[in-house]
Design a protein around this ligand. Structure first.
Ligand code: BGC
Length: 245
């Protein structure tokens, strides 16, 4: 079975057709710059273009960096505030002419990692954290997703964890790997004290450089880098879209 996966991020909107049995891309990945402002209407136009580019006439899974309940986007931490309360599913279905399932970006990345990556065959409580512009979280209990956890916004030392433990913070504040690794560690140690997971999977583009910061992470929980990297959002979205067909 194939589905179109689309990953809406702060800087790029990416799509590819995915073979949902293997998690492999069937086509090249198409990336289009995220319009600024990234209003629902402007973003929907781009998703419409991506769907048309692939001449796609079936289910689409689409990620957003927001809490999503029944197709409605409820938050907008790192995207245009116009998404708050927007009927994302209807807007994207209209723009593409296809049935669309909308889900949180970290939930999509988690679905992909659990099915094809670092979380394969892992039971118990698995927490996937994506460290990028924001911190995305997804939780799986015995392989089943608990959606819309927003564990990236835990308050640590009086500040949202995103202020110190994102890859954006590392770059913008010029943290060394050691400084940043310690911030990530503080975040993960706090999180493990709250939820006692069996496994942490660290995703986001920076996870390919895990050897640079994993040595500074002192939590007790087993920790591994994600395996699907920048394909995870698209693949997880496509897998989620299977619910529509
Ligand atoms: C948002 C989450 C999102 C994460 C990663 C956070 O700021 O609140 O919904 O999953 O960034 O994009």
């Amino acid at each position: 079975m194939e589905a179109l996966g689309v990953d809406i991020g702060g800087s790029g909107i990416k799509g590819a057709i995915v073979d949902t049995a293997s998690g492999k891309f069937v086509t090249e990945r198409l990336r289009i710059e995220t319009p600024q402002p990234s209003s629902p209407a402007a973003v929907a136009d781009v998703v419409g273009d991506i769907s048309a580019h692939f001449n796609w006439k079936s289910a689409i899974g689409c990620t957003v960096p927001a809490v999503v309940k029944r197709g409605i986007t409820m938050t907008a931490a790192n995207i245009d505030r116009g998404w708050i309360g927007a009927d994302a599913r209807s807007i994207l279905e209209k723009a593409t002419g296809n049935p669309v399932i909308v889900l949180n970006d970290a939930d999509a990345a988690g679905i992909a990692e659990m099915k094809f990556g670092a979380g394969r065959d892992r039971d118990g409580l698995v927490a996937i954290l994506t460290l990028g512009t924001g911190i995305g979280s997804s939780l799986f209990i015995d392989g089943k997703l608990v959606p819309n956890t927003e564990l990236g916004h835990l308050i640590i030392r009086g500040k949202d964890a995103e202020e110190r433990a994102t890859d954006r913070a590392r770059q913008e504040r010029g943290y060394s790997w050691k400084q940043w690794g310690k911030h990530v560690s503080e975040y993960l140690e706090y999180l493990e004290s709250l939820i006692t997971p069996d496994l942490f999977i660290i995703g986001g583009g920076v996870s390919k450089r895990y050897q640079k910061f994993f040595p500074y992470i002192k939590c007790k929980t087993e920790i591994v880098p994600a395996q699907l990297r920048n394909r995870a959002g698209i693949v997880g979205a496509a897998v989620a879209a299977l619910d529509l067909v």
